[in-house]
Design a protein around this ligand. Structure first.
Ligand SMILES: Cc1cc2nc3c(=O)[nH]c(=O)nc-3n(C[C@H](O)[C@H](O)[C@H](O)COP(=O)(O)OP(=O)(O)OC[C@H]3O[C@@H](n4cnc5c(N)ncnc54)[C@H](O)[C@@H]3O)c2cc1C
Length: 437
């Protein structure tokens, strides 16, 4: 089947918060022409935000005012406050006296915002390849390939690409040979995979961050009565620093400051403020977990173990379970423990986009970005390739978070709008083929 459609102004890869914020910025920022000819492609069958970590009692780690729009335009239709108003809960939310809605509620807010762009979004298609379209030795546009769950493939053309693919699960080396094992899984699959492991008795949770802590608490509270070893390399769990002066690193101006620095200075800034985001659960959650272990001591119960300062050396899986050979970093003691399931709350990698862009690699140098998040390209490469959520090294710690979505999307929108105007002048009336095979 073939049909004729215009070449898209850009294709957005993924439709998570970053690209929803961009869609809003275009709609409300007088950039309709660019927005209306854009297409967002999302691999999930419908919108959802970290679906398998959507546990009860989890809350946002950021003020609701850092929603998709407020920081740039508090009068936007897409603020969290307007969402509450539209859903008749504004007064009740105020009564909660919090800046931190539940994760369930924020997911509902994001779903509501995303629903305004259904016409411009294709759900259930995963982009797996991007190829250059070449004319007169210039790359003039991109051909984007996607596949749906039934295996049907699609190809479309776009002038530009906005990569907003989020993080992909980081699996430590020792566990990689167990890919596909249903007893060993990453936190990003937690709620789905724990259902397949209901018969498990002993579970290891690996990691010391917010996800590890939330999963420990969730396993502790489940009726199955799991025995959990909470294993981490760190010597203890440290809380996230969200104190006010430190929090200024998430202000918009700080992005300019980080970007103005050289590579070594940027790295040093990211290192200095790492504890605002990495391996640092919220203090109340740490206190809750401490209390679980304290009450165990009171009852002389040994159900769970807190196992800090521990390296996992090797992992073997057989019918008896998953055997972890571990080493205590303080004493050097080595021993083997066997589990029915292992949850890897080991964080995320942010360079998945490089794999998708591999066919363009010869034009993209070392993937360095400019201030507007566009990859610096050769002169013979016209499309803009924008990275959202993969620029922490150049733009600072806010880049992977929700903090500045409202501001960043505006900056990106304006940059794309400028190049779209040039494109429209150069190629008026051009129509291209979208093939559906
Ligand atoms: C459990 C959890 C809780 C968090 N809580 C907070 C918080 O409270 N505050 C905060 O600031 N940050 C939080 N974060 C950080 C998080 O990165 C951001 O909240 C936010 O999700 C970033 O949005 P994004 O659109 O850049 O990425 P994502 O939300 O990851 O969205 C990327 C989307 O791209 C899609 N996709 C990926 N590859 C393809 C492809 N090839 N083709 C098509 N679609 C594709 C994915 O399915 C996904 O929907 C949390 C992260 C996690 C894991």
């Amino acid at each position: 089947m073939q049909k004729t459609t215009p070449r898209h102004s850009f294709i957005g890869v993924g439709f998570g918060p970053s690209n929803i914020a961009l869609a809003i910025a275009l709609k409300e920022g007088g950039m309709d022409k660019l927005g209306n000819s854009a297409l967002f492609i999302e691999k999930q069958p419908e919108f959802s935000w970290h679906k398998h970590m959507m546990m009860d009692n989890t809350h946002m780690q950021i003020s609701f005012m850092k929603d998709l729009a407020t920081l740039h335009n508090p009068k936007s239709d897409f603020t969290f406050i307007n969402y509450l108003h539209q859903h008749n809960r504004l007064a009740d939310f105020i009564n909660l006296q919090t800046f931190y809605p539940s994760r369930h509620e924020f997911n509902d807010y994001l779903t509501w915002a995303a629903s305004h762009f259904d016409q411009q979004t294709r759900y259930g298609e995963e982009i797996f390849d991007v190829q250059p379209i070449i004319a007169n030795q210039q790359v003039v546009a991109l051909r984007v390939f996607s596949r749906d769950a039934s295996g049907q493939t699609f190809q479309r053309e776009a002038n530009n690409l906005v990569m907003s693919v989020g993080g992909s699960a980081y699996i430590p080396e020792q566990f990689r040979h167990l890919a596909g094992e249903s007893r060993v899984f990453h936190s990003n699959q937690y709620l789905q995979k724990i259902e397949l492991n209901r018969e498990a008795k002993k579970i290891a949770v690996i990691g010391a961050g917010q996800s590890a802590a939330e999963i420990f608490r969730n396993l502790h509270g489940r009726p199955e009565g799991y025995e959990v070893d909470f294993i981490m390399r760190a010597n203890s769990i440290k809380p996230s620093d969200d104190s006010p002066f430190v929090n200024e690193i998430f202000n918009a101006e700080f992005t300019d400051y980080v970007f103005s620095k050289n590579k070594a200075e940027r790295e040093s800034l990211v290192r200095e403020y790492r504890q605002t985001n990495y391996a640092c659960p919220d203090l109340p959650l740490i206190e809750e977990i401490y209390d679980v272990f304290y009450q165990q001591k009171v009852r002389k119960d040994e159900r769970h173990n807190f196992v800090p300062s521990t390296d996992i050396e090797t992992v073997v899986s057989d019918q008896q379970g998953v055997h972890l050979k571990v080493k205590n970093r303080r004493t050097g003691e080595q021993y083997i423990r066997t589990y029915d399931a292992v949850v890897l709350a080991t964080g995320y990698e942010r360079d998945h986009y490089k794999k998708l862009l591999r066919p363009l690699a010869s034009y993209l140098g070392d993937f360095e970005v400019d201030r507007d998040y566009c990859i610096k390209t050769n002169d013979n490469f016209q499309p803009k390739i924008v990275l959202q959520g993969a620029c922490e090294q150049s733009h600072g710690l806010s880049d992977t978070l929700l903090s500045l979505l409202a501001v960043r999307s505006q900056e990106i929108g304006q940059r794309l709008n400028k190049s779209n105007i040039n494109y429209s002048i150069n190629s008026e009336n051009s129509k291209k083929i979208e093939k559906v095979t």
